[in-house]
Design a protein around this ligand. Structure first.
Ligand SMILES: Nc1nc2c(ncn2[C@@H]2O[C@H](COP(=O)(O)OP(=O)(O)O)[C@@H](O)[C@H]2O)c(=O)[nH]1
Ligand SMILES: [Mg+2]
Length: 718
């Protein structure tokens, strides 16, 4: 294949609801550029983009795919994405690597949930966007209605570049109001025959042309002046205005397509080649030092890996974009993320699973490496002497969790390896080995997302697993002061053991005063703090350990052993075995034995004294609560709120955004199990939500009882 320079490269990402025709459009684009010789179909399971077993099984894209085509002497990198919200990881990384998006709209349905979700993903990262109404050959096609929905539900900046003359069965003609021509397609689509606009379309075409000219003029002051003095603009001027308007998202031009019949693909490709932004038009990426990395074709080589995948017979493939300079085969580079050296022994460009070897790639281009040892998704590679690192893809936070276990213990190690690979290919699947919960917790975007992961474990990795209810990481703390003594004494054979500890514990709040005196059962205990350890607990909160020993009743050398004993109980709280937090301990007295006292004795005495005091200090269970933000269509708000209340949720606020209501609430994690599935059924899949850990709060009395009961029963079973 020919080598393309920076100004000959465009990179687009295909967005749109599942079923809007992204994969089929990708196929038509590859075919139009001669990259493939035959157009595959979704039903035939032979498209370049949907090549993985799970995609054949489901008839749907699950992962993003890197494709390219060659058109009018330019290379267009095409990143196909999955349409379902559960797979949004496969949307955000291609969006990062692309300079503009093509949003497909299925003309039977108009704006769908996934259309809005993808629109918002692109909006968040300010990507320019072209829209294409697809499926115009379908008997239920309704272009007018679809365009109205685009205006009303997405943006008032949508503007028609084309409209269909004869949508529905037999569709073959489009009026292009930029070119002011009619485009007519033959039976196999492909290249249009360019005709004059027929008389019966002249008025409508002229009206839409004016609207387009006006919108194009708005994006540039010089053009606006020209427009005012001449009352119109030339095609070249309009194109210039559109290109500028797209760049600032002041304009979303709308095209017509039948991906299935390959109608309209030629015009869309031509438009991308000429008007879509390239890397040099876009805001300059910033590296980790806050410096801008100019996409300079003559600069030092620098690439960012935006996607990793594992392919049959090959192993790991890393897809990257060149952000500066050019890379050539056998170039030595440094991985800035881990400092290792890599040699780029083989460079490829990819059209799905088909790869072609290339000798070099220039700034703005996308390619793939195989066989790199220490490089993966989100890493930056630089020519020696440079330590740039890009800010990188920001993945959506997880919002669905389950516990997973191999059916056979002998598969445990294999399961760990498989989960690592799954995470590499899909960073929105996060694996947590929770020592605390004694579970492997898998976090993802939704129930379907994790079921697809399980499908891979079953069918590709051949590891039978079960999903179990994930436990909740409760915490324990105390709500009043308590005192306890404990004597550990053992005198059977050999050396004896002796240690006695007297301590007081109280709830700790940052900045609170230390006790100086405390009464227990009419007895006054004076406390004067001589030494203090402030321990930031790994699991959140603090333990403050105060040494108040007077008169040498316990040797200073035993104090660390007592703390060790206390920490053992902090790690396995006395109520439910959960981590304890936010406690201040005063060790103020005790006894030693001249021969038998040793570290073990004091560790055990400290542990037991602490445990007794804890139980008398009105202990409470804390649970994690999450900030949940839900976007719901207005007509479903009431249902969503009453469901939240049933989940012990507290609604903190509501606001309106376009046709959506945004609900902010705090909900205990324990009540969020399978929330995405429930929300989807309440709203017909039209809602979106995010969740983020907020804080630990005390559980209500009835919940505390239930949690302790469940723990006790579980302990008895073991
Ligand atoms: N009639 C018609 N069907 C289409 C068109 N584009 C896609 N389809 C069908 O719609 C379904 C989904 O297409 P696909 O490309 O997988 O959509 P994606 O989920 O957006 O990638 C498939 O059955 C396609 O054959 C089109 O232009 N016309
Ligand atoms: Mg697809």
């Amino acid at each position: 294949m020919k080598t393309y320079q920076t100004d000959q490269i465009k990179t687009i990402v295909l967005l749109g609801n599942s079923g809007s025709g992204k994969t089929l459009l990708g196929e038509a684009m590859l075919f139009s550029g001669g990259v493939i010789e035959r157009r595959g179909t979704i039903e035939g399971k032979n498209t370049a983009s949907d090549y993985r077993p799970i995609e054949h099984e489901n008839g749907n894209s699950i992962f993003s795919t890197v494709l390219y085509t060659e058109y009018l002497n330019k290379k267009i990198n095409i990143l196909d994405t999955p349409g379902l919200d559960d797979f949004s990881g496969g949307v955000v990384s291609p969006l990062y690597a692309a300079d503009s998006a093509v949003l497909l709209i299925n003309v039977q349905n108009g704006v769908e949930v996934g259309t809005e979700i993808h629109y918002r993903h692109a909006e968040k990262v300010h990507k320019p966007m072209i829209m294409a109404v697809n499926g115009l050959d379908h008997e239920k096609a309704n272009f007018e209605k679809t365009f109205e929905m685009l205006k009303e539900r997405l943006s008032s900046n949508v503007i028609l570049v084309q409209y269909p003359v004869n949508e529905g069965v037999g569709f073959n003609s489009i009026i292009d109001v930029l070119k002011m021509k009619m485009l007519r397609y033959g039976k196999d689509g492909g290249k249009a025959e360019v005709l004059d606009i027929p008389a019966d379309q002249a008025d409508r075409a002229a009206e839409l042309h004016s609207a387009l000219v006006e919108k194009a003029a708005e994006s540039d002051e010089a053009l606006m002046e020209l427009f005012f003095s001449n009352d119109t603009l030339s095609e070249e001027e309009i194109r210039k205005g559109i290109a500028k308007g797209i760049l600032t998202r002041g304009m979303f031009p709308v095209f017509c397509l039948s991906a299935k019949q390959n109608i309209g693909t030629d015009c869309l490709l031509e438009f991308i080649v000429n008007e879509a932004p390239s890397i040099t038009d876009m805001p300059v990426p910033v590296n980790s030092k806050g410096q801008e990395v100019k996409p300079n074709p003559a600069g030092p080589a620098s690439v960012y890996v935006f996607k990793s995948s594992i392919e049959e017979h090959i192993g790991e493939i890393n897809y990257f974009r060149v952000y500066s300079g050019k890379i050539t085969e056998n170039l030595d580079v440094i991985n800035t993320n881990n400092g290792t050296k890599e040699r780029l022994s083989q460079l490829y460009v990819c059209a799905g699973k088909n790869r072609s070897r290339v000798p070099e790639l220039h700034t703005g281009d996308i390619g793939a490496f195989v066989k790199l040892k220490n490089t993966k998704m989100d890493h930056t590679l630089n020519a020696p002497g440079n330590d740039w690192r890009y800010q990188g893809v920001i993945f959506p936070a997880p919002k669905y969790r389950t516990a997973i276990k191999a059916q056979s213990e002998s598969d445990d190690e294999k399961l760990g390896e498989a989960l690592n690979k799954i995470h590499l290919e899909d960073p929105t699947i996060i694996i947590e080995y929770s020592k605390e919960l004694k579970q492997i917790i898998v976090h993802g975007q939704g129930e379907y997302h994790l079921n697809i992961m399980k499908w891979h474990l079953d069918n590709i990795y051949k590891i039978p697993t079960n999903f179990n209810a994930p436990k909740i990481p409760y915490r324990e703390t105390i709500t009043k002061a308590a005192q306890a003594d404990y004597r550990h004494k053992k005198q059977s054979g050999g050396a004896g053991q002796f240690g006695e500890v007297h301590l007081i514990i109280e709830p700790y709040i940052d900045g609170s005063q230390e006790l100086t005196m405390q009464k227990f059962g009419g007895k006054e205990i004076k406390l004067s703090v001589r030494g203090k350890d402030e321990i930031e607990l790994d699991w959140g909160g603090k333990l403050i350990y105060c040494n108040c020993i007077v008169g040498g009743s316990i040797d200073a050398r035993f104090m660390p052993a007592i703390l060790k004993g206390i920490m053992e109980k902090m790690e396995v709280g006395p109520l439910t075995g959960s981590y304890a937090r936010d406690i201040r301990v005063y060790v103020y007295d005790g006894k030693m034995h001249p021969v038998d006292s040793n570290e073990i004795s004091f560790r055990l005495a400290g542990r037991n004294a602490f445990s007794i005091a804890f139980k008398n200090a009105n202990p409470k269970i804390l649970e994690p609560v999450y900030d949940v933000e839900i976007m719901v269509p207005s007509d479903r708000m009431g249902d969503v709120i009453s469901d939240l209340q049933g989940r012990r949720g507290m609604v903190l606020g509501m606001s309106s955004e376009k046709r959506f209501e945004v609900i902010k609430a705090r909900v205990p994690l324990a009540e969020m199990n399978k929330y995405s599935t429930a929300l989807s059924s309440i709203t017909g899949g039209r809602a979106m939500y995010t969740m983020k850990f907020a804080e630990y709060v005390q559980v209500p009395g009835d919940v505390q009882e239930a949690v302790i009961k469940a723990y006790t029963e579980e302990e008895e079973e073991e």
